[in-house]
Design a protein around this ligand. Structure first.
Ligand code: ADP
Ligand code: MG
Length: 318
């Protein structure tokens, strides 16, 4: 199949079905002009800001060589939705730049099915992209909408704020260890659940939007809890005291490994202590555990409750 036939058969179809889903399930309008012209045309409603983010997934770096195409499609969209969640933005549109290396039509079909399964939970319309040949890589750019001035940035944490994390940390790292066949005590584990945490992360889109009224700063945990929290601390010019025992982490790995491994796609956020009840209500309404793990301090850096410094180690490419 050539480039244009692929676009027509798979990407254009995905665009049409996702446009329909977007208008059925959200108040956001599909693109005025979608796939097929030189540019797509979008209308940003008055009073809203466009939140834009991109992530590239490369075979052998972001996913093991043997990852199923469904999971690659799933994850490349899910990790981008996680960035919108971290800003408190509602997903609207995305572009897909895909470089293929002799993948079959069945591969592309499964890849699109993976994407389609993510956007069942969080509708977002495919509006364009690029299709090329070379080493397999997928680059997705997402666009979301957030009421003007209300986005959750990394720079808003205040001294005295509580620090929270959603869900459970380190399960994707367990999944990676399993996928790579690494030795460990995996006997009591639900292995397929751990692999799903690696390959099919659930972007916390509803949670991010719900936190807009409470959180002072927010980030999604992609490189490791400590490393990502540290980005918030640096940009907010504050420090943190963490209660390590309270961190909701898998028991299958040592705690320090869980909180320095990537791919969790949970949200780490800060909020004033006066928001505790409201945050408890959000946890209940979203059906997601939100755990208080420490507080923001004026002393820079990260420390445990005993005052020992914590190193913000995490995954880096360079
Ligand atoms: P151009 O030569 O102007 O870059 P292309 O031939 O690359 O145009 O693409 C034709 C149309 O198909 C454009 O609207 C583009 O956005 C869309 N498109 C190409 N590849 C993809 C893709 N992988 N996913 C979605 N849309 C795509
Ligand atoms: Mg092109």
């Amino acid at each position: 199949m050539n480039e244009f036939a692929l676009i027509d058969a798979y990407f254009k179809r995905l665009s049409e079905s996702t446009g329909a889903l977007l208008s059925q399930r959200t108040s956001i309008s599909p693109a005025t002009l979608g796939i097929g012209d030189d540019c797509a045309l979008l209308s940003v409603p008055a009073g809203m800001q466009l939140a834009v983010s991109a992530d590239t997934l490369i075979r052998g770096v972001h996913f093991p060589d043997n990852t199923a195409p469904f999971d690659i499609g799933y994850k490349s969209l899910a990790v981008n939705l996680s960035d919108l969640a971290a800003m408190g933005a509602e997903p609207a549109w995305f572009t897909l730049c895909i470089t293929l290396n002799g993948q079959t039509e069945q591969w592309v079909e499964a890849f699109c099915a993976g994407m389609a399964s993510v956007l069942q939970a969080s509708p977002i319309q495919l509006i364009g992209g690029d299709t090329t040949r070379g080493a397999l890589s997928i680059s997705v750019q997402v666009m979301g909408l957030v009421p003007a001035g209300r986005a959750l940035t990394r720079a808003g944490a205040q001294v005295g704020d509580d620090i929270y994390v959603s869900g459970c940390i380190g399960e994707a790292a367990v999944g990676l260890a399993l996928a790579q066949g690494r030795a460990g005590d995996w006997r009591d584990l639900d292995q397929s659940a751990m692999l799903a945490r690696l390959n099919r992360p659930q972007p916390r889109v509803g949670l991010g939007c719900a936190l807009r009224d409470q959180a002072s700063a927010c980030i999604d945990v992609s490189d490791g809890l400590l490393a990502d929290l540290n980005h918030v601390l640096v940009q907010s010019q504050v420090g943190a005291s963490l209660d390590l025992d309270s961190i909701p982490a898998t028991r299958a790995l040592p705690l320090m490994q869980s909180i320095t491994s990537g791919d969790d796609y949970e949200l780490c956020f800060t909020a004033p202590p006066g928001c505790r009840d409201a945050i408890g209500a959000i946890a209940e309404q979203q059906g997601i555990a939100l755990t208080r793990i420490g507080s923001i301090t004026s002393d820079r850096g990260m420390r445990d409750r005993a005052g020992n410094p914590l190193t913000p180690a995490g995954y880096t490419h360079f």
